[in-house]
Design a protein around this ligand. Structure first.
Ligand SMILES: CC(=O)N[C@H]1[C@@H](OP(=O)(O)OP(=O)(O)OC[C@H]2O[C@@H](n3ccc(=O)[nH]c3=O)[C@H](O)[C@@H]2O)O[C@H](CO)[C@@H](O)[C@@H]1O[C@H](C)C(=O)N[C@@H](C)C(=O)N[C@@H](CCC(=O)O)C(=O)O
Ligand SMILES: Nc1ncnc2c1ncn2[C@@H]1O[C@H](COP(=O)(O)OP(=O)(O)OP(=O)(O)O)[C@@H](O)[C@H]1O
Length: 441
């Protein structure tokens, strides 16, 4: 444990320094009363004009990486519109809830926000013509989102990924159905050398949305389409009045905040939607099971996406993402497909039993990871218990009797039905929602 974590002392002030933009490249400055000045750079890979208001939103989102080093009690924000300010405050509070809780800091954090708020802009009527950019993260959700967009447009979509290291770019290129457009970020290297700094999770999707919004604007793209599912709305921790969601910036709440902030800051910029928002992870898995060409390529194991690029396998077989992906996908695939994907039967791995327990709500805490809801994990386990092959696996044999101690089969059947039922489309354009409903299962 570092000294700062040990003493639990937060820094005093975090400020946003200068930002510059020229010919498709931007630099963003940060100033922290404990550790000094930092700079992050983004190369958008295309030239053109970007309003300073839009750059300010990205500046705020990027700031979380530097902010968390000292978790200052006061944040002096750049000048923002009212919607931009709402997005910023949500990001530094709810977006960093996991960081505060797991660092042993008080939460709610009581952070003070300062900075000018502009007059409210007239609501912009945002239309998004042009070809969409589909955000690609290497996993099953991105594949299903790509399929929905292809179904809607009648042609393969343009994928785009935000990267910080060549090994991660290589993984994305190997896993993608077609080469993704790569947008490069670089953190200040000083951040990795700080002594006595706090460390923890950052709401990375907020950064990816705003980087891709600017990249899309510079290319004249249509909407920026993410693959965030409704399951991302379930908090990871909800106890003693404390709510913390590992996936906060993937949530529908944050998506609405960022869309409003972008519309106010830069009405010409493409809006963001998530094409998977009305759907659960179980529904997504059932559609992904039809995309067989992805089986030998995709990975949902986050170890592949570390900046250090130190993962040596497509699936580590030890983490919550490996356990979760195999749990929700297995009801829809057979043993041969499971071996093509995972090179082993995850449901038989002893090391994963405690993780399956957490996923199915049979232990104290849901994993701090990008996983589905407890209800749908239980529904998946129930489906597996009726499968001739998967019912014999260690995970199902160990956990199904325990699940049935507290729930009837009828209740579990209802959970399956609820998980497979799409929710209303909300903000998602009708054309994309209808295309999703047409995907084969
Ligand atoms: C790949 C991964 O899962 N990383 C998480 C892990 O970090 P680790 O130290 O193992 O490796 P790195 O990712 O290379 O990070 C090194 C340090 O740099 C910090 N950092 C990284 C990116 C950035 O933009 N800003 C940063 O400050 C990072 O925090 C490390 O200190 O554990 C970390 C601590 O919990 C996580 O913060 C790392 O998460 C990455 C930022 C990441 O990209 N994670 C996604 C796979 C992820 O969690 N996606 C969520 C979305 C959550 C959301 O609200 O957006 C999901 O799909 O549900
Ligand atoms: N590096 C990235 N660049 C751009 N978009 C990303 C990146 N990583 C993730 N995303 C977007 O965020 C969404 C959520 O990320 P997540 O890791 O849950 O999805 P995934 O990799 O497609 O699927 P899985 O849940 O199987 O890992 C992705 O589907 C994608 O739309």
């Amino acid at each position: 444990m570092t000294k700062a974590q040990d003493s639990k002392t937060r820094g005093e002030l975090f400020r946003f320094g200068p930002r510059t933009y020229a010919r498709g490249e931007a630099s963003f400055g940060f100033s922290c009363s404990r550790f000094g000045d930092f700079e992050e750079r983004v190369q958008f890979g295309a030239d053109g004009a970007v309003s300073d208001e839009l750059l300010a939103l990205l500046h705020v989102a990027l700031g979380v990486s530097t902010y968390k080093a000292a978790a200052a009690k006061t944040v002096e924000l750049p000048s923002l519109s009212p919607a931009g300010r709402a997005m910023a405050e949500a990001l530094y509070t709810e977006g960093l809830a996991e960081f505060f809780v797991r660092s042993g800091l008080d939460y709610p954090a009581g952070t003070e926000f300062r900075g000018p708020i502009q007059d409210a802009a007239a609501a912009a009527d945002v239309t998004a013509s042009g070809t969409p950019l589909v955000a690609f993260g290497g996993g099953k959700d991105s594949y299903v989102a790509g399929r929905i967009v292809e179904e809607a447009l009648g042609m393969p979509p343009q994928f785009a990924s935000v990267v910080m290291a060549q090994p991660v770019a290589d993984v994305l290129a190997k896993t993608a159905p077609a080469p993704p457009l790569l947008i490069w970020r670089s953190l200040d290297p000083k951040l990795m050398t700080l002594e006595c700094a706090f460390s923890g999770h950052v709401p990375i999707t907020a950064i990816n949305i705003l980087v891709l919004t600017i990249a899309g604007l510079l290319r004249g793209s249509g909407p920026i389409l993410f693959a965030n599912e409704r399951s991302a709305d379930e908090p990871t921790l909800n106890a003693g009045g404390i709510i913390a969601n590992h996936q906060y910036s993937k949530s529908s709440q944050f998506e609405a905040l960022v869309r409003a902030a972008v519309a106010e800051a830069a009405p010409a910029a493409p809006p963001t939607y998530s094409v998977l928002r009305p759907f659960s992870e179980l529904w997504i898995a059932s559609r992904f099971a039809e995309i067989e060409e992805a089986f030998p390529r995709f990975t949902s194991c986050n170890r592949n996406f570390r900046i250090a690029g130190d993962a040596d396998k497509r699936w580590c077989g030890e983490c919550a993402k490996c356990a979760f992906t195999s749990l929700v996908l297995s009801p829809f695939i057979g043993e041969e497909e499971a071996m093509t994907i995972f090179s082993r039967i995850m449901l038989d791995q002893d090391a994963l039993l405690p993780v399956y327990e957490e996923l199915c709500g049979l232990s104290q805490q849901k994993p701090w990871d990008c996983v589905g809801t407890i209800d749908e994990c239980q529904a998946a386990l129930f489906l597996l218990s009726r499968h001739p092959r998967w019912s014999e696996t260690k995970a199902v044999r160990a956990l199904m009797p325990r699940l049935l101690e507290g729930k009837s089969e009828a209740a579990l059947e209802a959970q399956v039905a609820a998980s497979m039922k799409p929710h209303p489309r909300g903000a998602l354009p009708e054309m994309l929602f209808n295309a999703a409903l047409r995907l084969p299962a």
